[in-house]
Write a protein that binds this ligand. Structure first.
Ligand SMILES: Nc1ncnc2c1ncn2[C@@H]1O[C@H](COP(=O)(O)OP(=O)(O)OP(=O)(O)O)[C@@H](O)[C@H]1O
Ligand SMILES: [Mg+2]
Length: 327
């Protein structure tokens, strides 16, 4: 349940009263008893985490701390929040960061158009300007964005707040986020402070296009998400692209691992491996050969320079390495 602090004017008191009578109580987040518990629960929702990641998630839930996930593109960072939401039943509140994102887009803003319409309507009735002004800062004119919604009262499990690609946002936004993650509270000047009684589950992700400030990282548990091991990637492909299970999944995982060794501009992530397996299977192939690698390269490498480099190095080498490793 959230509370609204210190009433400073009549409008705030109205908001306090309204919230106090209607606020339901959030359920504490699922508290798993072991790292294995977490790994199994995630697996049952289609996500295969290694021990390091499962431990980080376990600790984030046990200690009720935000989890900061950094790693290359496509390694499964965003998916962690989605899968936590389907596991715990908490609503997924996703905040996609971008350059210039601000409080209005992230936490709340007043719906000016509706406020204006209300003012006009009130004017017509001859109500006083002062009274009309109080009315337009009513909660019904407040547009709630993910950061505010994550702190509000909810029935059932606490929500999962995903702050995706924080490295795209500016410093000022990071400072604002820092404040929220320290207090789990947001102040709407006209209404008061919304404070979460149960902290939401928070997952922040970054592709490390720039370093996030230490102060923000200090509030979080940090985990660098690695590309999966060969065996795990086979399991992930089998799970996510079952049509490519068996020998093809092994070959694709081996070929993806080989591509990652080539120092490419954008080495394939798990997402690309899954796409590649689906593409090859869709062409009716049960095994890799030079021709099928050639025609499906766009499913796994998305930069022309990378494709050129791999072709120049020899597609037959990739196929041979994949066949050899996959046994
Ligand atoms: N460990 C895993 N188990 C199952 N599926 C996975 C795993 N890791 C990644 N995936 C799959 O890969 C896809 C891409 O993952 P996701 O979008 O989370 O990557 P990301 O790290 O957030 O990438 P980006 O940095 O590009 O946003 C997901 O849709 C998911 O299907
Ligand atoms: Mg992502």
């Amino acid at each position: 349940m959230s509370e609204i602090d210190t009433a400073t004017n009549a409008t705030t008191e109205t908001a306090v009263a309204a919230t106090a009578t209607t606020a339901p109580t959030a359920t504490a987040p699922t508290t798993p008893t072991s790292v294995d518990d977490v790994a199994q629960a995630l697996a049952s929702h289609g996500y295969l985490a290694d021990e390091g990641l499962a431990t980080a998630i376990f600790l984030a839930l046990a200690l009720k701390r935000p989890l900061f996930l950094e790693g290359d593109a496509g390694v499964g960072k965003t998916e962690v929040a989605k899968v936590l939401s389907s596991w715990t039943g908490g609503e997924l509140l996703r905040l996609q960061c971008y350059e210039g994102i601000n409080l209005a887009q992230a936490a709340y803003e007043w719906d000016y158009a509706r406020q204006l319409l209300h003012l006009r309507a009130v004017e017509a009735t001859g109500e006083s300007a002062r009274q009309a002004e109080d009315e337009i800062y009513d909660e019904r004119f407040l547009v709630r964005r993910p950061l505010l919604r994550a702190l509000e009262p909810t029935l059932g499990p606490v929500p999962v707040l995903l702050v995706d690609e924080i490295d795209r946002a500016d410093d000022e936004f990071e400072a604002f986020l820092l404040e929220i993650l320290s207090e789990y509270a947001v102040t709407v000047p006209e209404l008061g402070t919304v404070r979460a009684e149960q902290p939401p589950i928070v997952v922040l992700t970054s592709n490390r296009t720039r370093d996030v400030h230490d102060a923000l990282k200090r509030r979080c548990l940090y985990h660098w998400v690695e590309h999966p091991s060969f065996e795990r990637e086979i399991e992930i492909v089998a799970l996510r692209a079952p049509q490519a299970a068996g020998r093809l999944a092994r070959q694709i995982a081996a070929a993806a691992a080989a591509l990652r060794e080539l120092g490419l501009y954008k080495p394939p992530g798990v997402a690309e491996t899954i796409d590649w397996a689906s593409a090859v299977a869709a062409l009716g192939k049960a095994e890799l050969d030079e021709h099928v690698v050639d025609v499906t390269l766009g499913a796994v490498l998305k930069y022309q320079e990378d494709q050129h480099r791999v072709r120049a190095a020899g597609l037959s080498d990739i196929v041979a390495a994949a066949v050899l490793r996959s046994g």
